[in-house]
Design a protein around this ligand. Structure first.
Ligand SMILES: [Zn+2]
Length: 523
């Protein structure tokens, strides 16, 4: 009887476990002492790789970083930090250690996408993302609740900085500067970390940004096309906006011979194909790279300490729809609801390929070149560029898309070390968290990423699916994938997290008897 009861308990436990997807032992710590041994450190401050290094963590903070030898020479044990009773050692000899990544544009997942936090968070953490700025989502209360749970490490999740969509939960329209200020004050009282704007009347934007700045909060803006004719990125930056998202509103700040983009006369903003197709022709209507006006706008933005968060990846389907659509991870890690959401539709935002062909893709490739030229030069002149993904739209999957963003920064002209800086310290600075996170520094929080391969050599090793490699024996293998993500001194098995996501997706498919297929294809 006792044995039977045990069996029943075990069975129940297994059922519960498979439902909650959090049962495998995927995390350990924090520890009174954790020593990570023998890594090559790729820091977030632009410093070149350095190793072998032993890193000592006490609870959730980095206590010491010690160089313990030379490449190719056996490490002398006498020089290494000593393990104390109850301490934990992680032998990472030959591996690479980086600061935890900051995703500056991470929507936790919308109801329309059917992407619940436990799915999204695992994908992020599995890709080394230990901090996320949520630029509005399912409401500030929802985000703040998750933020608190994450701060206490009650859930597997990155640190969350929660920005509220401007005007959210306001009973009546915000149509006076005073109402704008009042909303901003209330938002701060609620405990939000900032405000996400989409554009508004100039007087409202000016008042809201001014009040927000006085309160010491930060801000982000997606300058929607409906408002850019009278208020573009330069207006926002002068009024106190701290970061711009994507790219809209920037070409408008660079216009010289027009005040609105050259819209076709039968354009309709609510037609998604119109919207994205014409956006692809926008950069060439702006001042030419390195022209006086282009230089002037760039230099002023940099002088204002303004952050660019380009989210290159989220528009990639515009220049190569097939690449985004056929990414190898979709079939394993993309939820059916998310896949459905991505399909061409007159209704879903961003599902704009009503008839997306060669002409649209080529125009977008040229659009990207001009955009990337601006972003790269902005970085070269000392401007801050961050790494943000905006996943959950347009075939971009949480976590994976963040790594793709790094690859696109590379394409824009960033050195891989500049990319790591953009993904870590720059994000921390843009959030005002540079004293706590963003680099591997004694005294900072222990948010770390460990990977077996050198990500500077090939950023693809950071993808959960790894990078393809042919061995000396002519065998095709996958290398990389983040091995450990450490947040607050807690070690997460990154590949285990991905396994759980895979199981979640498979369970959904089984439940729905779901056939994964490409748009418009008959079985
Ligand atoms: Zn967004």
């Amino acid at each position: 009887m006792i044995i039977k009861r045990c069996h029943l308990a075990l069975l129940l436990t297994l059922i519960l476990f498979s439902k909650a997807f959090s049962q495998e032992n995927l995390s350990e710590g924090p520890f009174e002492q954790l020593i990570i041994r023998g890594v090559t450190l790729i820091n977030g401050n632009g410093a070149p790789p350095l190793g072998p290094v032993d890193i000592e963590v006490v609870n959730n903070r980095i206590k010491s970083i010690k160089v313990v030898g030379y490449p190719g020479v056996e490490i002398k044990t006498s020089d290494r930090p000593q393990l104390k009773a109850g301490g934990k050692e992680l032998n990472c000899e030959g591996m690479y250690l980086l600061p935890g990544f900051v995703d500056m544009h991470g929507h936790i997942g919308g109801i329309a996408q059917g992407a619940e936090p436990e799915y999204v968070f695992r994908l992020w953490m599995a890709h080394g993302i230990t901090t996320v700025r949520e630029p509005s989502g399912r409401g500030i209360d929802f985000a703040l609740d998750l933020k608190r749970k994450s701060a206490k490490n009650e859930i597997i999740a990155p640190r969350i900085m929660a920005y509220t969509g401007f005007g959210q939960d306001s009973d009546d329209p915000i149509n006076t500067p005073e109402k704008a200020r009042e909303w901003v004050r209330k938002n701060a009282q609620k405990g939000a970390d900032g405000v996400k704007f989409f554009g508004a009347e100039p007087a409202i934007m000016a008042a809201a940004l001014d009040e927000n700045k006085k309160l010491g909060l930060r801000s982000a803006c997606h300058h929607a096309q409906l408002s850019v004719a009278r208020w573009n990125v330069i207006n926002s930056a002068r009024a106190g906006l701290t970061s711009m998202e994507h790219w809209y509103g920037l070409p408008e700040a660079l216009f010289e011979d027009r005040t609105v983009q050259n819209y076709p006369l039968d354009y309709n903003y609510n037609n998604e194909q119109d919207r994205f197709e014409e956006a692809g022709k926008l950069w060439k209507q702006a001042a030419k790279p390195y022209s006086d006006h282009w230089n002037k706008v760039m230099d002023e933005l940099i002088a204002l300490d303004f952050t660019l968060d380009p989210t290159f990846n989220i528009y990639e389907a515009s220049r190569d729809l097939q690449r985004a659509r056929r990414a190898e991870w979709h079939e394993i890690y993309t939820l059916p609801s998310l896949w459905d959401f991505y399909q061409p539709s007159k209704v879903s935002h961003g599902s704009y390929w009503h008839y997306w062909g060669t002409e649209q893709e080529v125009a977008w490739k040229k659009n990207y070149q001009l955009w990337m030229t601006f972003v790269n030069e902005y970085k070269n002149r000392g401007g801050r560029v961050t790494t943000g993904s905006d996943s959950g739209f347009i075939f971009q999957l949480y976590g994976f898309a963040y790594i793709r963003e790094m690859e696109l920064l590379r394409e824009a002209g960033f050195h891989p070390l500049e990319i790591i800086k953009s993904a870590t310290l720059n994000g921390a600075e843009a959030l005002g968290m540079q004293d706590e996170i963003g680099s591997v520094t004694e005294g900072k929080l222990a948010d770390l990423v460990i990977v077996e391969e050198n990500p500077l050599e090939n950023l693809k090793v950071l993808y959960g699916t790894g990078a393809i490699k042919l061995t000396d024996n002519n065998e095709v293998v996958r290398v990389g994938g983040v091995k450990y993500t450490i947040k607050d001194g807690i070690i997460y098995d990154a590949k285990g997290l991905l396994r759980e996501v895979k199981e979640m997706v498979q369970a959904e498919k089984d439940k729905l008897n779901y056939q994964f297929k490409q748009p418009g294809m008959k079985p």
